[in-house]
Ligand binder design. Structure first.
Ligand code: NAD
Length: 275
């Protein structure tokens, strides 16, 4: 009987019903990791998060990539631009220490990075090296867990952690190879982290875009075939773009999605439904 259900715990107040959707991230602050250039999914996210009113901190991989990221940071008026190579000990901690001293708090983290050594990525999973497997897992999965570890004390109630996955986590996709089990581990981590962090009203998601022409994607063998397959098989016979991914991320980190956590959200124009 529905009427018998009573609770003394009101739902967390993270969404004001009078909020205009265009202002839904006003006053929120977040870190976006993974901008390499203007084609990066992370840049699509950062630009939309900014457009909906959030303050953004960006990172760049190293001095070589800084000149590509710096103008993009200026374009979206990023409050912070910091170096971060997640394979370098101490760098991630330094990023969060800086955020703590500048902002003192956070509302979201977007993790949009992945890496696998070329030989391991292009070969059969059966033949993949231990070192290549571990490196792919560290950069593409453990870095997300580590980010949540450092960010948790700064996160406001209603905050969100978002990572980028791909359909190859769930189904065998030609040439996705090693990244399949890596993304499967990432999606499973999302569910476990959602359970753990839910107690503090922090939500965790994986967003799973359809194929997009980016630097990382160009490392996947015969990537054009994935693009062709997406166009011929998706219900709308089209690709998605990074702004479409960014708008979904903005929705998820905002209070409008306060009733969701632990999900894998596909932004692939319906491709994953096709048999
Ligand atoms: P991208 O090349 O623009 O971004 C990848 C980012 O990973 C780069 O900014 C790179 O600097 C960063 N990175 C790699 N090693 C790193 C390290 N050690 N420390 C810090 N950063 C590091 O490509 P993208 O396609 O935008 O990739 C972003 C995410 O989206 C990845 O997780 C990718 O698997 C995922 N994804 C991509 C597609 C696609 O088709 N492009 C589809 C689904 C999911």
């Amino acid at each position: 009987m529905l009427n018998d259900i009573t609770t003394n715990d009101p739902l967390p107040k993270v969404w004001d019903e009078n909020t205009r959707i265009g202002d839904m991230l006003k006053g929120k602050r977040g870190l976006v990791v993974g901008v390499a250039n203007g084609d990066s999914i992370a840049f699509g996210c950062a630009a939309k998060l900014r457009a909906f009113g959030a303050d953004i901190a960006l990172t760049y991989l190293n001095e070589k990539s800084k000149p590509y990221v710096e103008p993009l940071a200026q374009q979206i008026d990023a409050g912070l631009l910091l170096p971060l190579d997640v394979s370098q000990p101490g760098q991630m901690q330094a990023v969060f220490e800086r955020i703590k001293s500048e902002w003192g708090q956070l509302d979201f983290v977007v993790h949009s990075i992945a890496f696998a050594p070329r030989d391991d990525l292009h070969g059969r999973i059966t033949d993949c090296s231990q070192s290549g497997f571990l490196q792919a897992m560290q950069i593409s999965v453990h870095s997300f867990i580590e980010m949540a570890h450092f960010a948790e004390p700064l996160m406001n109630p209603g905050g969100a952690f978002i990572t980028m996955s791909y359909y190859g986590a769930d189904k065998v996709i030609n040439n996705y190879n090693l990244m399949g089990p890596v993304k499967a581990a990432l999606e499973s981590s999302v569910r476990y982290m959602a359970k753990e962090l839910g107690e503090r009203d922090i939500r965790v998601f994986a967003v799973s875009p359809g194929p997009l022409r980016t630097r990382a994607a160009s490392g996947i063998g015969h990537f054009d075939e994935l693009i062709d397959m997406a166009v011929t098989r998706s219900p709308g016979r089209r690709l998605v773009d990074i702004s479409e991914v960014g708008r979904v991320v903005a929705f998820l980190v905002g209070g409008a999605a306060s009733g969701m956590t632990g999900d894998v959200i596909y932004v692939d124009a319906g491709l994953h439904h096709m048999g």
